[in-house]
Design a binder for this molecule. Sequence first.
Ligand code: SAM
Length: 245
Amino acid sequence: TSYGFKRVGAGDKQSLVNDVFHKVANRYDVMNDLMSAGLHRLWKDAMVTWLNPPKRPGWKVLDVAGGTGDIAFRIVEASRGHAHATVLDINASMLAVGRDRAEKKGLSDNTDFVEANAEGLPFPDATFDAYTIAFGIRNVPRIDVALAEAYRVLKPGGRFLCLEFSEVEMPLLDKAYEAWSFNAIPRIGKAVTGDGEPYSYLVESIRKFPNQQNFADMITRAGFDRASFRNYSGGIAALHSGWKL
Ligand code: SAM
């Protein structure tokens, strides 16, 4: 059986996701390059360009489902070493890889790593200037709860940015993409980790995630103002933005 085609409840879903990332933590970064043919780097760079972190001290970002730190490191670098980034993830194995990478990059003073659930953030209200989440919200069982938490921990004037796989809006590309994701991705997963099934689950989760407009509406319902989005690579990925005003 493939995970993707079973009906799973919220708790089951989270434990499947946790298994996947415990298994791949050490190979996660190389896997990302293989599975997205390197595109994830461009999308992440574009996300941080849109965020445009200020080049002054005292500005704090929370990167949820931050995994091995890709977004957090880019933000700190874009702020010329001024920003402070908290990487939050539910998975200790992913965070351990992130901590090592921070040390190697000399960014330990600008980053910290917190093991917690996006659905219950261990921070007081109005703590952060920005909240980012990249390829993470799709894995969270209750997206509306995660969005409410994002809103709560942001300061008034704070920015919400979410990068996620989305609905491909180019007629030929969508067929190619479907072939790629249903065949190549589980195969690469199997070749690198010895098990393709978890990847079938992840691919299925992309298909189930709300499209660009529906996700923008969810962001608005969570209380954010000026919800908007832009597509990358024909909608393979989309970046959503909202403001807590
Ligand atoms: N943001 C990183 C990136 O773009 O490279 C990592 C993305 S990875 C595809 C998804 C991450 O979401 C994993 O590290 C996983 O452990 C984390 N995750 C899954 N469910 C979560 C939850 N409920 N709360 C926090 N993190 C979660």
